[in-house]
Design a protein around this ligand. Structure first.
Ligand code: HEC
Length: 169
């Protein structure tokens, strides 16, 4: 009996070590340089955005310990790379305030499963209103750093991707 338990524990240990090794070797957890400076309208806006959005939409991700363990490591790295590809505060990529506000109001962002482990990102109605007002003032409805089309203002609608981005709200 004791032998079986020992073998079981040994196996569990081996599996755990393997998951950590795989999680570390197979997954890139990068934080590339920050190349875009945002002039936040207030420190409070910056604090809220950092708490609720920066782990995914920036190069200042706080990678948690479980981001080193497979298979969670794969899911997290995937979320972060998809999020950075859509919108990135650290590069100024596609900072479209209307889309941000829409996602916050619909409760789509921050991703609901993220909130379970990050209570500081679970904003109250009051904090959401404050965040939205702050984002609006900071970005003033413009496409700051918009890089999908050839026109940095996003005004002429050149390029199909840009049309798509503007069309989905
Ligand atoms: C846990 C990671 C995570 C957090 C935190 C997070 N996002 Fe996202 N976000 C994503 C992912 C992944 C996508 C792309 C896939 C999708 O739309 O679900 C995305 C997409 C978006 C998009 C869509 C961009 C486009 O072009 O369609 C917006 C806007 C957005 N997020 C805003 C926010 C805002 C604002 C916050 C903070 C209040 C936030 N997100 C927090 C992961 C996150």
């Amino acid at each position: 009996m004791a032998k079986i338990i020992l073998i079981g524990l040994g196996l569990a240990l081996v599996v755990t070590v393997l998951m950590v090794v795989i999680g570390n070797l197979a997954v890139e957890r990068t934080n590339p340089p920050v190349t875009h400076t945002i002039n936040w309208d207030s420190p409070e806006t910056e604090r809220l955005v950092r708490a609720a959005c920066f782990d995914c939409h920036s190069h200042e991700t706080r990678w948690p310990w479980y981001a080193h363990v497979a298979p969670v490591a794969f899911l997290l790295a995937d979320d972060v790379s998809n999020a950075r590809r859509e919108m990135n505060f650290s590069t100024g990529y596609h900072l479209d305030v209307d889309e941000m506000v829409e996602k916050i109001e619909n409760g789509e962002m921050p991703l609901p499963n993220y909130l379970m482990l990050h209570p500081e990102a679970n904003l109250s109605a009051e904090q959401k209103a404050q965040l939205i007002a702050g984002l609006r003032t900071t970005f003033r409805g413009s496409f700051q750093g918009f890089r999908r089309g050839s026109d940095p203002q996003g005004a002429t609608g050149e390029g199909s991707e840009q049309g798509e981005a503007e069309g989905d709200d």
